[in-house]
Design a protein around this ligand. Structure first.
Ligand SMILES: NC(=O)c1ccc[n+]([C@@H]2O[C@H](COP(=O)([O-])OP(=O)(O)OC[C@H]3O[C@@H](n4cnc5c(N)ncnc54)[C@H](O)[C@@H]3O)[C@@H](O)[C@H]2O)c1
Length: 332
């Protein structure tokens, strides 16, 4: 099967979702080169790339998406004809403590990349160079851009009402991507995904942190009353949806990606605890702590657009995948 691009730039490929995407991609396609640009913040880890770092179609470059000169050089040198932008600062708590890096990477970095793509692929607005006429810029976004919803779900037509500096920076990036499609005719797509789980996730995030604290016999701190709800999707289901959208969507479209697997934080920990109890006959204790400032109560997205257009559905079973992750973290 052929992929739409021959020389794909994947940014943030040493992080959680980017590294899973590159592995998924190189296992599936052998006629596309993948250039992974990552500046290796605390969240980037080259260990995450060890499964594919020797693949002849894979190239790693340490670089910052905000660096215009370096990124332009990469586009020229590798004849980049597709971009999937995962690179971002991603931890909400960090964005509350210090929003600056979020503004830089998540807004200025995205503007820089998309502006380079426009200059490299097009001669003027709405006029692609012949050799780049299939080129596409795909932005990875988050359900946090819609804000919180007590009941019901957000569709792709819902307003953006981000509540944290992280969510606001991601919403800003989506709007910039939209503007390049409307104003310059740049071929763009955006996917908006719910909470991911799976291998390679940084230990600051909830599921790895629960397992880490279990291993170290430390209670897991839970914000407020633990009733905040998130939809949990396996990272490979997310990667498959990105692949389908990048290859098949018309330009200018936005798609929600989710698993209809909504759990409160307490329910999530109880599910993990019942598995831990089965395997190790003990569980992790919960320590309720003061709520996060501006903590969104519930995220919920309607994924019917993606399901109807491309017959996509999330496939992974939450409990059996969580079992594998627990085994992986606890038995290493
Ligand atoms: N994790 C989730 O549940 C989730 C859900 C929906 C959307 N997203 C989005 O998916 C993307 C990837 O998230 P993740 O969880 O894998 O994040 P992550 O924090 O694990 O990885 C981010 C990667 O980006 C790199 N990076 C950061 N700033 C950079 C810069 N300026 N230049 C180059 N590289 C840079 C980091 O070094 C890291 O390797 C993000 O855009 C995030 O907003 C994540």
């Amino acid at each position: 099967m052929n992929f739409r691009s021959k020389n794909l730039l994947v940014t943030g490929g040493a992080g959680f979702i980017g590294s899973n995407f590159i592995k998924y991609f190189l296992d599936k396609y052998n006629d596309t080169k993948v250039v992974n640009i990552d500046c290796l913040t605390y969240a980037g880890n080259l260990d995450n790339t060890k499964d594919f770092s020797n693949n002849p179609n894979y190239f790693f470059i340490k670089g910052d998406i905000c660096d215009e000169k370096h990124m332009s050089q990469v586009f020229r040198e590798y004849k980049i004809d597709g971009v999937i932008n995962f690179a971002a600062e991603t931890h909400v708590d960090n964005s509350i403590n210090n929003p600056n890096p979020f503004i830089k990477s998540n807004i200025i970095g995205v503007f820089n990349l998309i502006n380079i793509a426009f200059k490299f692929w097009m001669t003027k607005p709405f006029k692609y160079k012949d050799e780049y006429k299939n080129s596409r810029f795909h932005q990875i976004s988050t359900d946090e851009v819609y804000g919180s919803i007590k009941s019901g779900t957000f569709s792709e037509k819902s307003c953006y009402k981000p509540n944290s500096p992280y969510a606001a920076s991601k919403a800003s990036a989506d709007l910039m991507v939209r503007s390049f499609n409307k104003t310059y005719g740049l071929n763009t797509t955006i996917s908006i995904c719910s909470n991911n789980y799976g291998p390679n996730q940084n230990q600051e995030k909830l599921i790895p942190k629960v397992i880490k604290n279990f291993k170290e016999n430390i209670p897991i701190p839970i914000y407020g009353n633990g009733l905040n709800v998130r939809d949990w999707i396996h990272v490979i289901d997310h990667c498959e949806a990105i692949d389908i959208i990048f290859n098949n969507s018309d330009e200018g479209h936005i798609y929600n990606i989710g698993a209809k697997n909504e759990l409160s934080n307490l329910e999530l920990i109880n599910r993990i605890n019942s598995i831990l109890n089965n395997f190790y006959s003990k569980t992790v204790k919960i320590d309720f702590v003061e709520d996060r400032f501006g903590h969104d109560f519930r995220y919920s997205i309607d994924t019917s657009k993606l399901e109807k257009l491309f017959k996509w559905k999330s496939k992974k079973n939450f409990d059996s995948e969580i079992r594998k992750i627990i085994k992986m973290y606890c038995d290493d």
